[in-house]
Design a protein around this ligand. Structure first.
Ligand code: GZL
Ligand code: ZN
Length: 341
C-alpha cells in the first residue's frame, strides 16, 4: 500500500487547495480530496470510481451498488466521480485519482476507445485499474487488471432468438417484419454488443427488414424523440428494439401519443434491455413484450476482486455476470417481489 507516500502527496495537495493555488488541480474537476488531515479513512482501501452518469434506472442502481459496497463500514474510502456522460470528465477524474494516489481505480468507460494514454498514466503510477460494466478497447491489455460485466453480444443475440420464436408462435415466421432500433450511446460496449448480437439473428431471417437504427443515448427523452421520428417516417413498424428500458419508456409514450398501441396485444412489439423494475411494471401493464436483463449490481463482485488483489491472489481477466430475460409468459408479480433493482 502507498499510504505512507500518500501523506506527503496529500499534504501538498491540501496545501495547494487551502492556499487556493490549485494550479493544475483547477482543471481536474471538483473532486473531494481525500482528507489526510482529519485522518478520516486512515487504513481504509482508497477507491477512485469514475461512473458514467445518471442517465437511466440501470445506472442509478449500478451507482448505488458501488456506493453501498465501498463504504467505510466495509473498510473502504470511496472517491466517487459522476462524469455526466462525458468521456473528458472521466479522463479528468482518473488523472485526479492518480494525483491523490488512490489504491485502485474503478472505471466504467462510457465508450470503448480513447483510454490508452490515461490508463498508461495509471499503470506508471502503480495503480491497478478495474473495468466494470462497459469495456475499454486498449492496445495493451496490461493497462487494466480485469473487467466485470455483461455479455452484451449474447444479450442482443438472445433478444433476436426470442423474437424469432415469438413470431413463429404467432404464425408470422415467414411474413415481412418491419423493425426499428433505438440504440444506446454509440460506441459503448452495451450498444455495440446488443446491436451486433441482434444483427446476427436478423441475418438469419430474410423476411425481417431493419428500417432504421438511431441512438437515443440510453435516455428516455431522446428515445421518445427518435421514436416520434420513426413513427413519422415509417407507416408500418412491427417491432421496436430498444437497447435500454429508459428509451423504451420514451418509445411507449411516443407510440401511444401517435394513437397506436404496443406490447403483446398491440400493433408494435417492444423488446428492451436492462429489466429494471419499472420496465417489468410496463410489461405487467402489457406495454413491453420481452426484456433482457443486464445486471447492475457489480459492486460486490468488484469488492471481491479488490480483496483478492490485496492478498496478491490472481483474478480472472474477464468476468461475465449471469443474466436472465423476462416476458409476459412468466409470473411477473412474483418475479418483481424479489427484484433488487
Ligand atoms: C449496460 C449499461 C447501460 C444500460 C443503460 O451495461 O452500460 O448503460 O443498459 C445504461 O441503461 O445507461
Ligand atoms: Zn410490417
Amino acid at each position: 500500500m502507498k499510504r505512507l507516500g500518500r501523506g506527503a502527496v496529500l499534504l501538498f495537495i491540501s496545501v495547494l487547495f487551502l492556499t487556493g493555488c490549485r494550479g493544475e488541480d483547477e482543471a481536474l474537476g471538483d473532486s473531494r480530496l481525500y482528507d489526510e488531515m482529519s485522518g478520516e479513512g486512515e487504513g481504509d482501501i482508497i477507491i477512485g470510481f469514475s461512473e458514467i452518469g445518471s442517465e437511466s434506472d440501470w445506472r442509478r442502481a449500478h451507482t448505488e451498488s458501488f456506493k453501498s459496497t465501498f463504504s467505510s463500514e466495509n473498510g473502504y474510502y470511496l472517491l466517487f466521480e459522476d462524469a455526466q456522460q462525458k468521456q473528458e470528465n472521466q479522463l479528468k477524474a482518473i488523472r485526479n485519482f492518480i494525483l491523490q494516489e488512490v489504491d485502485y481505480i474503478v472505471l466504467d468507460p462510457i465508450v470503448e476507445t480513447g483510454w490508452d494514454a490515461v490508463l498508461q498514466e495509471a499503470k506508471d503510477a502503480g495503480i491497478p485499474v478495474i473495468l466494470a460494466d462497459r469495456f475499454a478497447e486498449v492496445a495493451d491489455e496490461e493497462l487494466y487488471t480485469c473487467w466485470v460485466g455483461s455479455n452484451f453480444y449474447e444479450e442482443g443475440e438472445r433478444a433476436g432468438e426470442w423474437l424469432m420464436n415469438y413470431l413463429r408462435e404467432q404464425g408470422r415466421g415467414d411474413e415481412p417484419i418491419h423493425i426499428v432500433t433505438l440504440q444506446g450511446t454509440l460506441g459503448s460496449s452495451a450498444q455495440i454488443g446488443r446491436t451486433e448480437g441482434f444483427h446476427k439473428v436478423l441475418l438469419e431471417n430474410e423476411n425481417w427488414i431493419m428500417l432504421e437504427q438511431q441512438s437515443g443515448d440510453f435516455v428516455q427523452a431522446k428515445g421518445q424523440e427518435v421514436m416520434e421520428y420513426f413513427l413519422d417516417t415509417y407507416e408500418d413498424i412491427d417491432v421496436v428494439i430498444s437497447e435500454n428500458d429508459n428509451m423504451a419508456f420514451g418509445a411507449i409514450d411516443a407510440i401511444q401519443a401517435a394513437g397506436k398501441s404496443c406490447g403483446p396485444d398491440g400493433e408494435i412489439a417492444i423488446i428492451s434491455f436492462d429489466s429494471s423494475y419499472a420496465a417489468l411494471d410496463c410489461m405487467l401493464n402489457g406495454e413491453i413484450n420481452a426484456d433482457f436483463e443486464c445486471n447492475p449490481l457489480l459492486g460486490p463482485m468488484v469488492s471481491d476482486i479488490v480483496r483478492k488483489l490485496e492478498r496478491n491472489k490472481p483474478v480472472e481477466k474477464i468476468q461475465y455476470v449471469k443474466e436472465k430475460y423476462f416476458d409476459t409468459s412468466m409470473d411477473l408479480k412474483k418475479i418483481m417481489e424479489n427484484r433488487a433493482y
